[in-house]
Design a protein around this ligand. Structure first.
Ligand code: NAD
Ligand code: IPM
Ligand code: MN
Length: 362
């Protein structure tokens, strides 16, 4: 096949550090698997916006469509920087990419790796091993809403939760198809149908109707508040979770925490139909508090790169990419016992050292 074309958006803060470590791993794994690839760097970030006023244009989106996949570190500046108010970076780069490239699935695995410490008592790798399928193009993220009488004492702000049958259904179908491939074949819908009686109802009916087509998959429904409780007390009840966008954002940070920290959690923003490239990124942000200190854990980004290679390889029938992605996944699991008894986010090892340990495990 043609060389795999990867667009790289290193971004802000620790983004360039963790992306750098993952590209070292790619450099090592590719020749061993017969994978040819080329990377192209793009500057989209808060820093680039502050320097140039440019966020991400429609022309940039068109350029990115020409790639097979996108690897993103993290974008975003300091939370209270007035120059970045209104989510200019988050909406202007991250959400624009997800929406414009119709990456309607945000796949976020939650797995406790060998040797990694979870803050949960008496839980092991056998208990914490599930995948969140987060709907990625609807819900509160659509930006529907606004103000009435803004700036007055009668100010009203609304923010609308959008659920379309089309969008909900394609996400639920993806989750059932995924559950079918797993050993436990169990899918849990997470929502808040007792309060969100419109959007929740659309989700619940679609879930029940589609479930009939998958008689080999067992199902459950949990309210999102109970889900947070179970993730801490009984994470073993989960195999695959399907969840709307906003709740998915929240529960996957919790998922990262129970699996050992933000530096572990990987994700893929997928268009499973292959009509646009996927974007692969750690669940974490730019971590301004540790940026530039060689303290960030690159495992989340290395794992995201593994996911990039497996998913993109599968869609484009590139066996070498799939193989390289599988090798990366194995190398991460082989490397983590080296951090025995530590939460990886506080391992005391440098970003480059952790990257090297994974590369050595290849
Ligand atoms: P964050 O994920 O950047 O940081 C939260 C905490 O986790 C911090 O204490 C940080 O040091 C720690 N952490 C994060 N990644 C780590 C790693 N790899 N290794 C070790 N520790 C790690 O979240 P935040 O502080 O809420 O957000 C900072 C900025 O990032 C904001 O501008 C936010 O909008 C943006 N953000 C971007 C993305 C993205 O680009 N995908 C995701 C989340 C947040
Ligand atoms: C994530 C982030 C983003 C989200 C923000 C930065 C827009 O928190 O990828 O989890 O809410 O999806
Ligand atoms: Mn998040």
């Amino acid at each position: 096949p043609q060389p795999l074309k990867i667009a790289v958006i290193a971004g802000d803060g620790i983004g360039p550090e963790v992306v750098g470590a993952s590209l070292e791993v790619l450099k090592k794994v590719a020749p061993a698997c017969g994978l040819t690839y080329e990377t192209t760097d793009f500057p989209f970030s808060a820093a680039h916006f502050l320097a140039t006023g440019h966020v991400l244009s429609d022309a940039d989106i068109a350029t990115l469509r020409g790639f097979d996949a996108i690897l993103l570190g993290a974008v975003g500046g300091l939370p209270n920087d007035p120059r970045l108010a209104g989510g200019v970076i988050e909406k202007g780069i991250l959400l624009k990419l997800r929406f414009e490239l119709d990456q309607y699935i945000n796949l976020r695995p939650v797995s406790l790796y060998p040797g990694i410490e979870t803050p949960l008592k008496n839980k092991t790798a056998a208990d914490i091993d599930f995948v969140c399928v987060r709907e990625n193009t609807e819900d509160l993220y659509c930006g529907v809403g606004g103000f009435v009488r803004k700036g007055t004492s009668q100010e009203i702000a609304s923010q609308t939760m959008i659920a379309t049958r089309f969008g909900v259904e394609r996400c639920i179908r993806y989750a059932f198809d995924l559950a079918k491939t797993r050993a436990r074949k169990h899918l849990t819908l997470v929502h808040k149908t007792n309060v969100l009686t419109f959007a929740g109802d659309t989700w619940h009916r679609a879930f029940q109707e589609i479930a009939v087509e998958y008689d080999d998959v067992t199902t459950a429904y949990h309210h999102v508040d109970a889900c947070c409780m179970f993730m801490v007390t009984k994470p073993e009840v989960y195999d695959v979770i399907v969840v709307p966008n906003m709740f998915g954002d929240i529960i996957t940070d919790l998922g990262a925490a129970i699996a050992g920290g933000m530096g572990i959690a990987s994700s893929g923003n997928l268009n499973p139909d292959g009509v646009a490239p996927g974007m692969f990124e750690p669940v974490h942000g730019s971590a301004p508090d540790i940026a530039g200190k060689n303290q960030a854990n690159p495992i989340a980004t290395i794992d995201s790169l593994g996911l990039l290679l497996r998913e993109t390889g599968r869609i484009h029938a590139n066996a070498a990419a799939v193989k390289a992605g599988e090798r990366i996944g194995q190398a991460v699991r082989a490397a983590t016992p080296r951090f025995a008894g530590k939460s990886l986010d506080r391992s005391g090892l440098g970003t480059d050292e952790i990257g090297q340990i994974v590369a050595d495990a290849l």
